[in-house]
Design a protein around this ligand. Structure first.
Ligand code: ADP
Ligand code: MG
Length: 278
């Protein structure tokens, strides 16, 4: 079937990407590949273009030049039916949840099914309940409204909605930002569970060093409009690139690295202080 990625192939291919806002150059010939089945993270300083890159991958922003292929489909000049077909193959968890405040959690999670699948109400509710359970939410939470949820529950509900169409690709924008350490640890476990179920490719933007060290297979470090380095966290930590060295050898990066190196099973749930870019 055309447009279907096979094992070990690239599910996202970005070539010579350029993005400007007026005179401000955000991406200047950026190249990147995300492989089938990996947990891929994008990191870099504030304003380095991480969120914009994510928005470009999911058809929310149009680059000025270069190409992006997602699941084998070129996003340039994509028509509406093709864009819709593609949107149904990925799930997105936005940083602030993006749930509709006027709908219950259950209605929010079921919404993509109602819009895109020909199912009766009972079938929609059953599938939505299944995703709530997968993300560790009690069935009662389904009856609540987003404003009644804690930050951690909101992230779970939004993840349940992102997964409801059983996507091939999952995009996470700062999945643990703003959460207390315990809730952040629970999100880690959830991402790990999704990874272990297999099949899903996950792309995330995060500052969370625990997520990065424990779960990311590969990490791309953005600086000066390009990928300044790419590899596992351990590989990045050895790179000579000044921006990357600053990230790893600043006080917070070093503390997290040391904690990682001395990590025992018991310390797995200890979280390092969140790294904030300058
Ligand atoms: P990051 O997520 O790495 O912090 P962003 O991708 O959000 O960075 O933004 C990269 C740069 O582009 C920043 O300087 C930001 O101010 C600018 N930018 C992002 N979106 C817009 C926009 N819609 N209009 C103008 N400038 C923008
Ligand atoms: Mg951002």
């Amino acid at each position: 079937m055309p447009g279907t990625a096979t094992a070990n192939s690239a599910v996202i291919e970005i070539s010579k990407l350029s993005t400007r806002f007026g005179e401000h150059v955000v991406h200047a010939g950026l190249d990147l590949e995300v492989r089938q089945g990996e947990i891929f993270a994008v990191i870099g300083g504030s304003g380095s273009g991480k969120s914009t890159l994510l928005r470009e991958m999911i058809l929310l922003h149009r680059p000025d030049a270069g190409s992006i292929r997602v699941l084998g489909v070129d996003l340039r000049d994509i028509d509406d039916p093709a864009a819709l077909a593609l949107r149904l193959r990925w799930g997105v968890m936005f940083q602030h949840g993006g749930l509709f405040g006027s709908l219950t959690v259950m209605e929010n999670v079921g919404l993509p099914l109602r819009e895109h699948r020909h199912l009766d109400d009972a079938a929609v509710d059953a599938l939505a309940a299944q995703k709530l359970a997968l993300t560790g939410l009690d069935p009662e939470v389904g009856e609540q409204y987003p404003s009644e949820l804690s930050g951690g529950m909101m992230k779970r509900a939004s993840l349940a909605r992102a997964l409801v169409l059983d996507p091939e690709l999952l995009f996470l924008d700062e999945p643990t930002a703003g959460l207390d350490p315990e809730s952040a640890g629970e999100v880690d476990q959830l991402v790990r569970k999704l990874r272990d179920q297999g099949g899903l490719t996950i792309v995330m933007v995060t500052h969370d060093l625990d997520l990065l060290w424990q779960l990311a297979d590969r990490v791309a470090f953005l600086a000066d409009g390009k990928v300044a380095g790419i590899g596992s966290m351990a590989e990045l930590a050895l790179m000579d690139e000044p921006a990357i060295r600053k990230f790893f050898h600043g006080p917070r990066g070093r503390a997290a690295q040391e904690q990682q190196q001395s990590a025992s099973p018991q310390s797995e749930n200890l979280r390092s202080p969140a790294w904030k870019p300058k």
